[in-house]
Design a binder for this molecule. Structure first.
Ligand code: AMP
Length: 141
């Protein structure tokens, strides 16, 4: 089993500290949402709490109770912005389950009938496309 320690220097912690850029779609006192740089479908975004935890397993339930309504809000906005048929919500806990960034996050992915998802952590999307997709979701919020 790998270590269960929260690493303050993980890439999402760096986004929260403003040390690396992100295409932000939503922010409040407790939560940040931004575009996934390797989207599995157009509009794929991530919702993270500002308080650090590795994943769902070590998260404070109080954090989850503020986070999930934001996941819902963004799922509704992403569905509308991309005229999607549905929305896939994914969340991985530890490497064995597919987690690659060890700061709790929920994936919000608009889905269209008959369109397959691209691979998880596949191809890096063009920055201009991510910026435009972020704008569409912000507009739908
Ligand atoms: P997971 O495998 O659930 O830990 O997902 C981590 C996600 O973060 C993947 O879908 C990556 O494409 C995405 N990702 C990695 N680095 C960044 C970054 N700097 N900005 C936005 N998304 C990222």
């Amino acid at each position: 089993m790998t270590g269960q320690i929260y690493d303050e220097n993980n890439i999402f912690a760096k986004i929260l500290k403003g040390e690396i850029p992100a295409h932000k779609v939503y922010e409040d006192d407790d939560t940040l949402a931004f575009m996934d740089v390797m989207p599995q479908a157009p509009g794929h975004l991530l919702v993270i709490p500002k308080r650090g935890s590795r994943n769902l397993l070590d998260a404070d339930p109080a954090v989850l109770s503020t986070l999930l309504p934001v996941v819902q809000k963004l799922a509704v906005a992403a569905k509308e912005a991309f005229e999607a048929d549905g929305v896939f919500i994914a969340q991985f806990n530890e490497a064995a389950a597919g987690q690659t960034v060890f700061h709790l996050h929920f994936h919000v992915i608009p889905r269209h009938e008959g369109q397959a998802l691209k691979p998880h952590t596949g191809k890096m999307e063009d920055g201009a496309v991510l910026a435009e997709n972020a704008r569409k979701i912000r507009e739908a919020l």
